[in-house]
Design a protein around this ligand. Sequence first.
Ligand code: HEC
Length: 170
Amino acid sequence: MKHLSAVTIAVIASLHFFTISFAGEHSPRHEPKASGDIKLYGGLKALLQEEMALIEKSMSRLVREIASGNWEKIASIARNIEESFIIKKQLSKSQKEELGSKLPELFKDIDGEFHKAAGMLAKVADKRHAELVTFYFYKLSDSCVRCHSKYAKVRFPNFDKKTGGHNNSH
Ligand code: HEC
């Protein structure tokens, strides 16, 4: 049942455009300004941004529905996030498989956790379990931060230890 999300596919589809450096694994010859950032071009970048805008909108809708205890709405928004894949529809199965094999494990992990958290949020909303609903909402926000602080430091410079105010030490 595993599927690749739009974020994952946007990134893997453009893997050859960017350099990713993992702490401790190797040191790049030229340290880019925000090393580890992904660089997306053209349609893929637009699609990723579109996807992100939808996710952001869903998150703010979730806040409102959680605060109101609208369990069905929470569950349906969460399921939409879980299943969100704009770009996926435009790639063939073999393309997905090929690209999936090139994806860095860490990115896959964060993306996987993100979608898992959305699925869990839907499940606990079905059960009307308020405390777990807020817990999985937290898990969702946590994955935004974890992914952005690794892969989107140009877009979100506050996560860059060199240029930003906040830092995200692990
Ligand atoms: C697995 C990685 C990943 C996860 C998880 C993730 N994002 Fe992103 N997001 C990115 C990347 C990469 C970019 C930078 C795209 C770019 O370069 O413009 C981005 C950009 C964005 C943008 C800016 C889009 C624009 O038009 O410039 C928003 C808003 C956003 N993310 C919201 C979120 C929210 C909210 C969450 C969590 C609920 C989230 N993202 C989770 C990878 C992720």
